[in-house]
Each structure stands twice: as structure tokens, then as C-alpha cells.
Design a protein around this ligand. Sequence first.
Ligand code: ADE
Length: 260
Amino acid sequence: MLLKEKESHQSPAASLDAPPLSDAARPETIAIIGAMDVEIEKLLPDIQNRQEVTLRGHIYHTGTLCGQNVVVTRSGVGKVNAAVTTTELIKEFHVDSLIFTGIAGGVSPQVSPSDVVISTALVQHDVDLTTFGLQPGLLNGFSDRHFYADQRLINIAVLAAHEVVGEDNVHLGIIATGDQFMADRQGVRNVYEEYQAMAVEMEGAAVAQVAFLYNKPLVVIRTISDKADGTAHLDYHQMKASTAHNSSGITLKMLAMMKD
Ligand code: ADE
């Protein structure tokens, strides 16, 4: 992957008159991102000491959830919105780790609506520099088209998902991201064959690319709302709320587990 520049790191507790806490001394702050209101609405009422900060039109909700310091935000749909909010979460709110919670279209024949996919890695299926000899999905400057999720967060997400939906309905695998709602059987087949993706959505790999550049751990939790085929838009509308709330429930369980 890309050679990383040395970064300066400022503690979230840093102020002009107090010495900054070392990373080890301050409690972990966890970012929770959903693309749409429905993907975060289940979390907001439970945030203790909730405060809202608006930056460049995005609202960030800070406080504690299940005893963990959190910043919850709705990124908006698509890769640019996701990248901007992730950057703000890291640079302005100094989050230590990132959880993306939401819904996705099913790509692998193994996954069905209401199943949960936990990311092992994220890839951008709409990146195409093949004219210049690069592999589909590979950006120049990088040696791998995948942005990998963090093993500790994956393990906790899997345990939490097992508790919420049962082991048989939880899949671990690659999630493909692109700036399009996929509703085309052949397109989905292509994404499966090229990337062996389990699911397709519109933000995960953008968050993962920023997380990689800032060396922050990340996991993406997606509940399948549709099969990204000819009836995807109908299934999506019918399933959106229940599947989005399912992923939020897993996120809440994760936070509780991280506190223990
Ligand atoms: N999110 C939920 N379903 C999706 C689909 N079919 N394509 C892209 N993003 C999605």
C-alpha cells in the first residue's frame, strides 16, 4: 500500500494550558458513522451527555454510549461524503477507531436479505485505471486494492452479530463500494467475479481509505437490505429501516462488549 508520511498526533484532551494526555492515558473515543438518518437514529436517544457540533453541514453527536466515548454522525450517501466526515472525525474529534453501521446490497450468492456482513476488507469497485495497466479497483500510489478492517474490531463485531442474529446469518468478507446504487444482476455478477465481494454499498471503502491513511482501526457492519438486482429499489424501501436498525443493534452490542 501507499508509503505513509509521518504524522503529528494531537491528543483530544489537548488544550493551551493543560499538558496533553498520552495516548495510553486517555479513554478510547469511537466514531460511529452511518450514511443516512435511518442508520443512526436508533443510537442517538441513548447517548448520554449528548452535544451536537455542526461542521461543514454535518452534525456530529458527542457523548457516551454504553459507557464508551463516542462521536456519532450521518455522513450522507457516497464516497466523498464518507471521506469528508471520516477526515473530520479524525482531525477535529480525534477519534481512535471507526465503526461504520448500515445496510448493503447482497452480492455473494451466500448472502440473503437480513443477513449481516462484517468487513474483512473494503474495495472500490468503481475505480478503473485499467487503461494504464492497473488492476480493477487499484488506485495509483497504492500496492493493494483492498483496505483492510482491524482484526480486534472484526472479532468483536462478529461476536456481537452472533448474539443479535445468530451464527448462521453472519458472514465475514470483502465489501465493495462505489458511487452507485446497484440494481442490475449482471453488474452484481461482475462485482462478485472481480472482487469476490459479499456485499455492495456506497461508503465503506472511502472510510477505510481515510482510516488507512491516518492509521486508524475500522470495521464495517452491513445488514443486507436487497440483492442489488432488478427489484433492489423495492426491496431496499421495504427492508431499509429493519436492516439499518439491525446493524445499529450490533453496534450497540459491540460497544457494550468493548466496555467489559
Ligand atoms: N445499499 C443498500 N443496497 C444497495 C445497493 N443495491 N447498491 C448500493 N448500495 C446499497
